[in-house]
Design a protein around this ligand. Structure first.
Ligand code: TRP
Length: 332
């Protein structure tokens, strides 16, 4: 019997994967492979709440899968799949929309932010997005959902919706816990250290498939701090840029902040920044090479996402059948 706890998470293929995704999420997923029964997916259905270029979406979805594997997520031990391949997501998503309140959806920070940004396209999907995310989660009855700070509100809503449904129909859904890992860096933008690293700030963002020269250039231009101290010291309040570089270096090398301070004592930022750049280049090199190799092997990639979708559908379908029965839908 498989008694392992279930873990599930997804990333939208709306932008290329970057160092923040790797150090903040994927690396932790890899470390937990044996401890949990894991489901990781490309949340392609979520991306169309804002307009996408179809060719880019297709490329990024496959590239994301290749990178998951190249980062060390073994497809034999993790169920890796593409959200739109498992139709139960859309089906349960609709059901859960009917159990999510207009007021709740109106209060979501991400909805407010995105509708402010895309005033010309505030569509129903953007509004109902958290109900689809609740379906993504609840279909697999997970114990834990590892997410970043920005998704905590959606996880809370998922719990509320699950509890609401359970209170009417009995124990249908397991109530998942958000899982904010102890280890794992929150990587900030290299040129705006008060913002999370993201594709919308490309000069401060290191993409996993990026060329070593470009990575080095971005690190050399990274913001350190405005004081004249020029000393590698961990002080996130006074020197957020330096602290961010130290946390990246620490996540990659395993060194503590004290060890990093000692290693670069008397060196100044002129030596420190390229050293962090080198560490990142060397960390990403095998990942990029392996992802490139996997991407060229279309048959392998296809076998992974097909097997993943089959396994995921089997589990998702069990939950969906139960839900339909409780609702009073006639079995076919
Ligand atoms: N909404 C998440 C994001 O934008 C992605 C996502 C979709 C997700 N469904 C999920 C994350 C289910 C965890 C679980 O980052």
């Amino acid at each position: 019997m498989d008694e392992k706890k279930v873990m599930l998470s997804g990333i939208q293929p709306s932008g290329d994967l970057h160092l923040g995704n790797y150090l903040g999420a994927i690396k932790n997923w890899v470390a937990r492979t044996d401890e949990f029964d894991n489901y990781y997916f490309m949340a392609d259905m979520h991306t169309i709440t804002v307009r996408q270029n179809p060719a880019d979406l297709r490329r990024r979805t496959l590239e994301q899968l290749a990178l998951y594997i190249a980062c060390g997520l073994d497809p034999e031990k993790n169920t890796l799949f593409i959200q739109s391949h498992v139709h139960q997501h859309a089906e349960l998503g609709w059901v859960l929309q009917c159990y999510t309140m207009f007021g709740e959806l109106s209060r979501m920070t991400q909805f407010k932010d995105k509708s402010a940004k895309h005033k010309e396209n505030i569509n129903g999907g953007l509004f109902a997005y958290p109900s689809l995310m609740a379906a993504d989660i609840l279909l697999y009855q997970p114990d834990f959902v590892p997410v970043g700070e920005d998704q905590k509100q959606h996880c809370e809503l998922t719990r509320d919706v699950a509890q609401r449904f359970n209170s009417v129909y009995g124990d249908v859904f397991k109530i998942p816990e958000p899982y904010i890992p102890k280890a794992g860096a929150r990587v900030m933008s290299l040129n705006a250290p008060d913002s999370k690293m993201s594709k919308s700030l490309p000069e401060g963002c290191i993409f996993l498939m990026e060329k070593p020269e470009d990575i080095q250039r971005k690190f050399k231009r990274a913001i350190t701090d405005s004081d004249t101290e020029n000393c590698v010291r961990y002080d996130p309040a006074a020197k957020p840029g330096v602290a961010n570089l130290m946390s990246i270096y620490s996540a990659i090398t395993g060194s503590t902040y004290e060890q990093i301070e000692a290693e670069f004592a008397g060196c100044g930022y002129g030596k420190f920044k390229p050293a962090v750049g080198d560490a990142v280049v060397e960390c990403l090199r095998p990942i990029r090479e392996e992802a490139t190799r996997i991407l060229a092997d279309k048959a392998y990639l296809e076998s992974v996402y097909k097997a993943g979708a089959e396994k995921a559908s089997y589990v998702a379908n069990k939950t969906l059948r139960k839900v339909y029965k409780k609702l009073g839908f006639v079995a076919r």
